[in-house]
Write a protein that binds this ligand. Structure first.
Ligand SMILES: [Fe+2]
Ligand SMILES: [Fe+2]
Length: 278
């Protein structure tokens, strides 16, 4: 299905989620995420079903650039001079673009399961915020004379979606409660570093992202507990099982215990998965 700027908003949330993930141009992905979220919150969209609206694609649509590399081939990024500043913001933009696709995939892929409307309200809000995060970082890149696609990016994040595409609990365990929770650990030092080198504009963008991401983890914790309750599993021990099965390696300390707890992700979830000597 061609995506153009004149294309109307898809007729259902599931069709919208599919269109967002499929869109190959980032401006179209962002535009659709804004339009579908708005229509959903105005209650103009029915939920739809994957059977009628089409299955979610195996891989998201992506622009020709950036070139995607295996994670092990990626250089390390630190916030320092202008070149490394651009490289760091570029890598964060790539993470947010993946977050857009991962969130809308979550919305569309499991829509055959009967879930409360508030579940979709929460994740549509997340899907909108991820698009906003990507757009804000793209804007920072433009101000620094760069653009998303200028440098290589890694291809590891979508793997998590493919590994957990069959199981809602596994998906919630890995994406919000491992990957987004990790964002809560590493973003505050990044904000401090940006301020220390006088890059207040980047610090402000990261501040917004950090605040929003706390909610994303909170939604993850809420719906993971809800789903465990529905399928008769204990949240903490199930979390350990899913993470050991679908996530390679230990969870890395130091943890932002306070932010994690505020989001409902208490130490009983993640501490047993960290190495004994961190
Ligand atoms: Fe984000
Ligand atoms: Fe997020």
């Amino acid at each position: 299905m061609p995506q153009t700027h004149t294309k109307p908003v898809p007729a259902t949330l599931v069709a919208g989620a599919r269109a967002i993930v499929s869109a190959s141009q980032t401006d179209e992905k962002v535009r659709l995420a804004y339009a579908v979220s708005k229509a959903w919150f105005q209650r103009d969209l029915a939920l739809g079903t994957p059977t009628r609206d089409g299955a979610m694609p195996d891989r998201p649509g992506r622009p020709d650039q950036p070139v995607l590399l295996a994670p092990r081939d990626m250089p390390k990024r630190k916030l320092g001079g202008d070149g490394s500043k651009i490289a760091l913001i570029h890598s964060l933009a790539h993470i947010e673009l993946n977050a857009v696709d991962l969130t809308w995939d979550l919305i569309g892929r499991f829509a055959h399961i009967k879930l409360p409307r508030s579940y979709y309200d929460d994740w549509v809000r997340v899907g909108l915020e991820e698009a906003k995060h990507f757009a804000m970082l793209e804007d920072r890149l433009a101000k620094l004379g760069a653009a998303y696609g200028d440098m290589p990016a890694h291809d590891g994040l979508w793997q998590a979606a493919q590994d957990t595409g069959h199981d809602l609990a596994a998906r919630l365990a890995i994406i919000p409660l491992v990957l987004e929770a990790r964002g809560l650990d590493i973003t505050p030092p990044m904000i401090e570093k940006a301020r220390a080198i006088g890059d207040e504009d980047t610090a402000k963008v990261l501040d917004v992202i950090y605040r929003d991401e706390k909610n994303h983890v909170a939604f993850g914790a809420k719906w993971f507990r809800y789903w465990c309750d529905r399928i008769g599993q204990r949240p903490e021990s199930s979390f350990h099982t899913y993470v050991r099965k679908h996530f390679r390696g230990n969870l890395k300390p130091p943890f932002n215990d306070r932010a994690r707890s505020e989001a409902g992700l208490t130490p009983g979830f993640y501490k047993p998965l960290a190495p004994l000597i961190g």
